[in-house]
Design a protein around this ligand. Structure first.
Ligand SMILES: [Zn+2]
Length: 458
């Protein structure tokens, strides 16, 4: 896979993958699905075949960001004079708004809705989701029962892990179009994000009846596995967490887990300057159920696929080790949500280890000497899923990831890491984000890390 850069004539730059050109449209993949705009606003597209994209299959993003395609309208954009030459005509937008306010005739309303919709789609295509939400909201003010607008807005909220807001919009859309497969599909996603697996199953079954597709089939299978398992589970709830655990886990342990997680939540929230919009799902397993249901490789202790899944076999109270595991997995939830699922695995794992309190002292010698012998591995190869790595290679990957993050935090400060996460959320590749914030490409980052290890530990 390759990362491409699309340069627009107005100077904006979009990092994308799978860029294609057809029928006067340039289309490409983003976190919001496949998008396109007219060739006329594009200056040039630069293909970079050497670098894999950073967004595919990170461990943490799979449940929170199920690979579900956007509603049809988003892949075949709305045309309106309000968007042209790579920018939004704000004057025209406000003109249309005042016309529709003064005389809300069906024609005036249809025009303002088309314009706001096109503006929203344009903002999505350049990675500005905040502004896109604003445009959908204006459109919905003029035409509150527009099912297409409701669904597109809901899709955007789902991408941002704002499941409750998405669900409100979708319930409204359902009252207008009760037999829409898209409404059922997106509702299933919202329920799944809210840790309501049984409700997700109901919606995805309905979507399969209305209009079957592969995405829903896979999502449904996953939700059914969860729902079966969780039907027998007890529940606990705090401000930021929904906990489920089966009969094999002690209720006192469940209470202690919630208390620990709440304390860790505050700390991570302060450090990363972010508050996840929805409660985070946590599931405690006895070991065998854990392996059965998560299908994780045997070396992985716990797992975060949008929910925090922790094996607790044989434990009856909180231990230092369990508290560390929880903090590690909780960090993944923060990072995954803050970046809308767009964090490379090395940065996810580096940050999670750093937050749980791990440092590079024990590994510093081996890493520094590997670097001197040019035996280090490129961060590029650490961007995508590690779940298929053999155990040895995985330990090396964890060690480098921690060292790089520790070096950045020590040399540049934790705020710079926050800035990198913000750039990832806007669709930047990790190496571009590093260039922009730290003035370092990947080789530069590895060199700084080796220097940091020497200075700090050797
Ligand atoms: Zn991890």
């Amino acid at each position: 896979m390759s990362a491409d850069t699309i340069y627009l004539k107005n100077g904006r730059k979009i990092t994308a993958s799978h860029v294609t050109q057809e029928n006067g449209q340039v289309s490409y993949e983003t976190s919001a699905g496949r998008l396109s705009f007219p060739v006329s606003i594009v200056d040039r597209v630069v293909h970079d075949d050497s670098s894999p994209i950073s967004t595919a299959g990170t461990v943490a993003d799979r449940a929170a960001n199920l690979p579900i395609a956007p509603p049809d309208a988003l892949s075949s954009p709305t045309k309106s004079a309000a968007v042209r030459d790579g920018s939004i005509d704000k004057n025209l937008l406000s003109e249309l708004e005042s016309e529709a306010s003064a005389n809300p005739s069906p024609t005036a309303v249809a025009r303002v809705v088309a314009a706001e919709r096109a503006a929203a789609q344009f903002e999505i295509s350049v990675g500005d989701f905040e502004r896109a939400v604003d445009h959908y909201n204006v459109g919905l003010r003029y035409d509150p029962n527009n099912a297409g607008l409701l669904m597109e807005a809901a899709y955007l909220h789902l991408r941002r892990s704002e499941y409750t807001t998405a669900l409100d919009l979708l319930q409204h859309a359902r009252s207008i179009e009760p037999d829409s497969a898209d409404v059922a599909k997106l509702s299933g996603w919202a329920y799944y994000g809210l840790n309501r697996a049984a409700d997700a199953v109901t919606q995805w079954k309905r979507a399969m009846e209305l209009k079957p597709d592969e995405e829903i089939k896979h999502a449904l299978e996953k939700a059914e596995r969860d729902a079966r398992e969780e039907a027998e589970y007890h529940e606990g709830e705090t401000a930021h967490f929904r906990l489920k655990y089966n009969g094999g886990a002690a209720p006192e342990l469940a209470a202690a887990v919630l208390k620990t997680l709440e304390a860790e939540f505050e700390e991570i929230s302060t450090t990363l300057n972010y508050v996840p919009p929805e409660p985070i799902g946590v599931i405690l397993y006895t070991n065998q159920t854990f392996m059965d249901i998560t299908r994780a490789p045997s070396w992985s202790g716990a797992l975060n696929d949008g929910r925090i899944r922790v094996p607790v076999e044989g434990l009856s109270s909180m231990t230092g080790e369990l508290a560390r595991v929880l903090k590690h997995e909780l960090t993944h939830s923060f990072v995954s949500q803050k970046t809308a699922g767009h964090c490379p695995v090395w940065l996810q794992e580096g940050l999670a280890q750093y937050m749980e309190g791990k440092r590079s002292r024990a590994n510093a010698g081996a890493l520094a000497s590997a670097y001197e012998r040019h035996m280090e591995v490129s961060l590029l190869s650490y961007e995508t899923s590690w779940l298929t790595l053999p155990k040895e290679a995985a330990s090396v990957a964890y060690a480098w990831s921690l060292a790089v993050v520790e070096s950045i935090v020590t040399v540049n400060g934790i705020d710079d890491l926050g800035r990198i996460l913000e750039r990832l959320a806007a669709g930047s590749t990790a190496e571009d984000a590093s260039r922009a914030v730290l003035r370092e490409d990947y080789p530069g980052l590895m060199l700084s890390t080796a220097q940091f290890l020497h200075k700090a530990y050797l």
